[in-house]
Design a protein around this ligand. Sequence first.
Ligand code: ADP
Ligand code: MG
Length: 456
Amino acid sequence: MVNLNQIWSNILIETESKVSTVAYDLYISSLEPVGITHNRLILLAPSRAICNINTNKGYKQIIRDATFRVFPSIEDVEVVTEEDLPNAESLVKEVDIPVTSRFDNTVGEEKTSFVQNYTFDNFVVGKSNEFAKAVSLAVAENPGSKYNPVFLWGGVGLGKTHLVHAIGNYLQRNHPEKKVKYVSSEKFMNEFVEAVRTSSNQDAVKNFRNRYRNVDVFMMDDVQLLAKGESTQEEMFHTFNELFLADKQIILTSDRPPKEINIEDRLKTRFETGVIADIQPPDLETRIAILQKKCANKGYNVNLQVLTFIAEKINSNVREMEGVLNRIVSYATLVGGDCNDMEIVSGALVDYADNSKDIISVEQIVNATCEYFRIGKADLVGKKRDKSIVVPRQICIYLICDILGQALPLASIGEYFGGRDHTTVIHARDKISEEIKNNSSIAANVKDIKDKVYNR
Ligand code: ADP
Ligand code: MG
């Protein structure tokens, strides 16, 4: 059970960084929580004027947003004056709801909390990820002390976000006093740009800084996407320094090591100063163990033969593997069959096998291209302009567009290739697509790499 004051103080913490200090003192913290009725939180304003300002100037909306974030089960917030107070008997002063406060743990959208299932217990450890897991657990147990910053990197769908959420969940449970901020680099970038744009009196930028610098643990997911926008990199640099100097824990994730990210050198150097842990694709046993864990969590009853079949089929991306598992189970339910019947399993995967585009990752195409041309990945995605690199790079971009089709925005392909913009991607794609028609050696290269990607 939480009482009204606990609820209100958690909401206040959430709103404080969203408005100026004056507005916070005058219009928000001056409200008094009087109770909850029909899932609506009722706040009493000290005067009619303050009540009106709350509604008209958007403070009520800020309180509402904070409330939904911290107590998703509260459906609305009302700011009222003495005269509009609901009947005292209808007002509840204590409710049985979980507190998710202090964690502005936004994943994608504003109101999401740390994904509940992304815990250390649910993270299956194998050789490919044991160091990353150990470091993550160590910082969750003891943030800001030994390993700082922590830089986790690895291919798509290998558990980086899972680990970062596991740290968040752990802290939430064991160190509720710590202020934790989780943000994707894209969100950080968008918010910063928006703050600068709307800031006539610097308040928005100040609020932005408060939000990211007044924390005990700062986690940024997918820092490789920081690549664009120099001012955001500058902001990140200062955010990093301020947190780092104050011994606050910093955790970063990326799809590649710091030296391969297309960002300012001074940021790269900062990212490299602590512990760098990579996550590689899991081996077969680990993949099976991951599937077993997922089944246990979801209550699926799938036998080892089927799990082994899935794990053998998909070897580089845990997310894809989970997708196939879900697909089999829902197909079996749909057709009223048994998900351990290999015929049902094949039935579930009919389109899937045809549509093998789904299970190829950018990494696979990049790796196949590098192996084929015997060049390093850093060169392939880097800045070198020698013909021996440029052509493989263009072929690789062409193949990514061809194989992954609509699955990836052109801009993110450009991003992957050292922060090039989408016009470069289009140019490379169209150039190779022309060359294939006229140049048999390029056509052969493309075909060979494709075969390699599909293991043909
Ligand atoms: P990334 O952020 O590296 O792209 P995610 O963390 O989103 O990948 O992981 C993708 C999916 O795979 C998630 O559902 C996650 O729970 C699962 N997963 C990845 N690695 C593991 C693991 N070692 N144990 C259990 N689940 C895992
Ligand atoms: Mg991720």
